[in-house]
Design a protein around this ligand. Structure first.
Ligand code: IVH
Length: 706
């Protein structure tokens, strides 16, 4: 954790600086050991970088005080005793870091100055993702793998050859015409998906789960038993080299292309640029894409493309002058777990939510993180008061990865999962059992509509974008109106539509509230009026029947056509009427779970009462029944590539209206593929299966000809 009481570097005197350098050397060495040897860091990368930077800054101000064991001279940590040692013929180096666009501009300027390169001469730089794994050096002689060594301290690494041979991205023999001696270097990593799967397996077997893909990859590679490594889905990206008897190219990019020809996987996001601004653009593009990548990356590495220039540039201590790592803002951070609250969802699912001491993760302030369920809390072993590691990936809800043992306060308290819903009804929390009799990890409040939390969530769903979509009535406003006690309360869906007429003075009341003026109050009432007429499929979806999502709601609406028919069938099913059940069961994509949920929903007096009141307020539009006599009836159609005359959603709706089924993937059962420009694998598959393929214009011609 950052220590706020640190004296700024520029205020340190000689003695203080010496003491601080000694402290930093010890602290950094300790963290190095945790990271490299134990694969179990206790501080975030950003915090580690901050320690290193402070050390650098002090050394820059007091060069004479630089210690013999200075952390700036070290790469990684000493090797572990359990593996045979291998001395790298060419050291495995570290990279200097850049943390801002300006740092990168400075880097390029430094390179130019060093080489005395005039402004008019282009400087070609490569940019590629910095893979968050561990580096490995592979020595090939006459095309055959001789050994694989970890980086270790940069000079001496560990012999992990047997383990490396189990990684399918690492060829035992090189392809093409490799030089007699070819040392290939790159990063061993694990994909996010494989990491998640491994953890699932570990948890299912009652074993310890892992913190992140990087440490897991490191731990997996450094197993004494290579059959364990073989069971882990490790991958390898090649991006550099050590000793090479005869260089296949004179550029960085050319070398990486050669590595590819020798049979290695290289990173597809690597590119060459001639000016720094383009380089930075690429960095920001990768940064945006980062969450979608299959593997973790922690920055972008820039390298001078011309190997002759690289040679001229050389090294400063342990990092090349010709390369720099532009780090992403930290997406993991440590903070205190202040409390665990219980949240009740629309279906009564009870979720523990971590309340955190606000912390910035990847540029966003995080105060809450999901803890999923009681098993997750147990798995993590976290207690209230702990220092936890929070991760934020893309737009997903932040997650807690673990806690820091050393920082656990004495008064840390264990969280007791409640036996009752936190709502005033205190209804018992139940666990469902699935078809095979196993208990679900999800706990639910059994109060359903009687539980105010669930009602609130139901209302939020009711007004959501794909349901009633009432402008100006979102989650925040539902909270506000739900708790109202002045006659403007919204506690059931019908209340929304009685709001304006409930009381002559509703508008006056509302416009005097904070947040509402005359105009916004009137606007809200207008928006509600507008939605008084609603398509049947939106209404069915809005009811929030379990397992009835948008597409099921659409199927139900199209099959029954109008509200009366759907309601009648549902009530019959609720009473146990077999023919009604069979009729619903015959619908595409409607199975037992949906029908049971519909039956339960309609047998609940609360719900029936709510529905009666609601329907009394609405005009429900009939659904267009699919045409059963068109050339497309019963056919399965796939739309792929970019469509110019309609959106993908519109195309699908059109096909469904014509009695066809629109599918997202091509299989042997597909009848027709409508392919626009840019169609790829789906088109190829259609051709392979001999399925009819037409373009968008032909699609419209056929539809118009109906
Ligand atoms: S180049 C002499 N390229 O980052 C430079 N390193 O902080 C050799 N890393 O030890 C490294 N992705 O483990 C390079 N595309 C990439 C990388 C990369 C990840 C790691 C590597 C290295 C560390 C340096």
């Amino acid at each position: 954790m950052a220590d706020n009481k640190l004296t700024p570097v520029e205020k340190l005197n000689q003695d203080e600086a010496a003491a601080e350098l000694a402290r930093l050397a010890a602290v950094i060495a300790e963290h190095d050991a945790r990271y490299h040897r134990e694969d179990a860091p206790t501080i975030s990368d950003a915090e580690y970088d901050a320690l290193k930077q402070r050390n650098f800054a002090i050394e820059a101000r007091f060069p004479d005080l630089k210690r013999a064991d200075s952390p700036s001279e070290k790469v990684g940590a000493a090797v572990s005793e359990k593996f045979e040692k291998i001395r790298h013929r060419i050291p495995m180096l570290s990279l200097d870091n850049a943390f801002s666009d300006d740092d990168v501009r400075d880097f390029a300027a430094r390179v130019r100055r060093f080489l005395k390169l005039g402004e008019d001469i282009p400087l070609r730089l490569t940019a590629e993702p910095k893979i968050d794994g561990l580096s490995l050096s592979l020595r090939y002689e006459e095309g055959a793998l001789v050994y694989a060594a970890t980086r270790g301290d940069g000079t001496t690494g560990e012999n992990v050859t047997a383990n490396a041979r189990t990684i399918s991205d690492i060829p035992n023999r090189l392809k093409g015409n490799p030089p007699a001696v070819m040392e290939v270097r790159g990063e061993v990593y694990m994909t996010k998906e494989d990491f998640a799967e491994l953890n699932e397996r570990q948890a299912a077997a009652g074993k310890q789960t892992y913190v992140n893909p990087r440490n897991t990859a490191a731990g997996s590679l450094r197993q004494l038993d290579s059959s364990i490594t073989a069971g882990r889905a490790l991958k390898f990206f090649a991006y550099a080299w050590g000793e090479v008897s005869d260089m296949p190219s004179d550029t960085q990019m050319g070398m990486v292309e050669a590595l590819q020809e020798f049979g290695f996987v290289t990173n597809p996001l690597m590119a060459v640029f001639e000016n720094v601004e383009e380089l930075l653009e690429h960095y920001h593009a990768i940064e945006m894409e980062r969450g979608e990548l299959a593997y973790d990356i922690d920055g972008v590495v820039y390298k001078v493309d011309d190997l002759k220039l690289q040679e001229r540039l050389g090294f400063v201590s342990r990092s090349p002058r010709w390369a720099i790592a532009h780090k992403f803002p930290a997406e993991k951070a440590m903070t205190t777990l202040n409390a665990i609250d219980i949240q009740v969802g629309r279906t009564g699912a009870i979720t523990p939510v971590a309340r955190l001491e606000p912390v910035t993760v990847g540029g966003v302030v995080v105060e809450n993180a999901t803890l999923h369920n009681a098993e997750e809390i147990e798995r993590l072993g976290v207690k209230i008061g702990d220092t936890v590691i929070v991760q934020r990936a893309g737009d997903v809800i932040p997650q807690i990865l673990g806690f820091v043992e050393e920082k656990r306060p004495e008064d840390a308290t264990e969280f007791a999962f409640p036996a009752t819903c936190p709502c005033p009804l205190e209804t018992p929390v139940v666990r469902e059992t699935n078809a095979s009799g196993e208990e679900s990890v999800v706990r639910r409040c059994s109060g359903e509509f009687a539980c105010p939390f669930q009602r609130k969530e139901h209302l939020k769903h009711f007004v959501s974008r794909r349901a009633f979509d009432i402008e100006g009535l979102g989650d925040k406003q539902i909270e506000y109106f739900f708790d109202d006690e002045s006659g403007l309360e919204i506690r059931t869906p019908a209340d929304i539509f009685t709001l304006a007429k409930r009381d002559e003075s509703a508008l006056t009341k509302l416009k005097n509230r904070d947040g509402y003026g005359e105009v916004s109050a009137q606007k809200l009432f207008d928006a509600i009026e507008e939605r008084r007429t609603i398509p049947l499929e939106r209404l069915i979806y809005a009811l929030g029947i379990r397992h009835v999502g948008e597409s099921t709601a659409r199927t139900l609406a199209r099959s029954y056509g109008d509200w009366g028919a759907f309601e009648e069938a549902s009530l019959k099913i609720a009473e146990g009427d077999e023919p009604a059940r069979e009729e619903m069961d015959a619908l595409e994509d409607v199975g037992g779970a949906v029908i049971d949920a519909v039956a339960r929903y309609f047998s609940e007096p609360h719900n029936r009462d709510m529905i009666d009141k609601l329907i009394g307020e609405l005009t429900v539009e009939e659904a267009e029944k699919p045409q059963s006599d068109t050339a497309f009836s019963g056919k399965t159609i796939v739309f792929t590539g970019s469509l110019e005359r309609m959106s993908r959603d519109e195309a699908k709706a059109m096909a469904e209206r014509l009695g066809a089924k629109a599918s997202g993937s091509v299989s042997k059962k597909t009848d027709l593929v409508v392919a626009g420009p840019g169609a790829g694998s789906k088109l190829a598959k259609a051709q392979e299966f001999g399925i009819e393929v037409i373009d968008e214009d032909e699609w419209f011609r056929r539809v118009e000809a109906l």
